[in-house]
Ligand binder design. Sequence first.
Ligand SMILES: [Zn+2]
Length: 297
Amino acid sequence: MKTTKLRIHRVHLKGSILVVFCIILLSILTSCEGEETIQEPIVDNTNSNTRGVSEMELANIYYGKSSSTDCNFEYEGLEGPEFWANLCGDEWVDCGGNAQSPINIITSAVTEDGSINNININYGESTTDIINNGHTVQFNYDMGSYASLDNINYDLLQFHFHTGSEHTVNGKRYPMEMHLVHQDPITKLLGVVGVFFEEGEENDVLEEYLDDLPEQKGDHFTNTSTFKVEDLLPGDMDFYTYGGSLTTPGCSEIVTWFVVKESITASTEQLEKFESIMHKNYRPTQDLNGRIVKTKS
Ligand SMILES: [Zn+2]
């Protein structure tokens, strides 16, 4: 009897050890899995906090406002630029402000300033993420790229296009202008680099994406293939700079502009493709109202 009882005890003991072991093993396994599922979204969040936001939303971030309006604007007709300031209650009154963009740059009136620094670019590669927001074709750029614009490090968020150019130089309007939108991560103020396109040789970077450009409002094209926006920039990044605004409503006056003097080229076919999608999406030039346009001496 005694030995049978002992044996039963031992079997129970072995059984319990096995159960405890299994529980410990299971809890280790599940805790590992738990850690993994927590980590993933954290990595995602750091990459997506300002990814793909519109200019209007960037202004909201600066002003600490929570949401954008549903108001609509166009580039002609009753919702055209001359009416923007009054289209949305008090929301877009800045469009009638005194420091608006774009402007006509009169080169003979530009002031040379020895304290202005070169644009210093630290752009990496980005995966492809193109959106048609109904007003422009916008390439959202992977986070981590930045440019030192007159000694302030701004993060590159996105770049987009206007046909024809928004800024003009001595009255000349180029067929297209690219805007590289940067944000100062601390002040949330914006630094926008404008690059003019001239009709000429085919542009290799644009050619890569010409058939993939989203043609209708809300269309989106994504691809894991990478490219470098630096390949779209002219060799000489000398620029005109002035204080202005976003060129779309609400026209917030939170932008330091860096309009690059040297233009780049795109073929007739490439320019026509952009224009067929975006139509005319440039705002007329605005009064300087005493502002000074500067360049480095
Ligand atoms: Zn723009």
